[in-house]
Write a protein that binds this ligand. Sequence first.
Ligand SMILES: [Cu+2]
Length: 125
Amino acid sequence: MRPMKIIFRAFAVGSMVAACWLVFEQPSSAHAVLLEATPSANSRIQGPDVTIKLRFNSRIDPDRSRLTLALPDGTTRKLQLQTQNSPDTLTSQVTGLKAGTYDLRWQVLAIDGHITRGELFFEVR
Ligand SMILES: [Cu+2]
């Protein structure tokens, strides 16, 4: 009985590892991941007008994606997305930014139907 028990345990652990791999690895292959950002994370840039550009690893549905900017005073501003020059990139032009720290939040819908979100901080001087 003992060897059978060990074999069963090994099988159970192996199945769990396989299940985790399916849950965590498989869907992420087409999720939108941020590859490049302007302004880059934690950078200091010159205001008051800033061009925002986010490039992802997959095509983005601009109608179901949004950029929000949290201002130094704590309020948020929904950013107007520009017409896409490239299907994997979102751009926006922001004007009138005063000195301070800004939090750019993005939420995007990738072609596989999954939404991903993230944020990055930058400083306007
Ligand atoms: Cu996905």
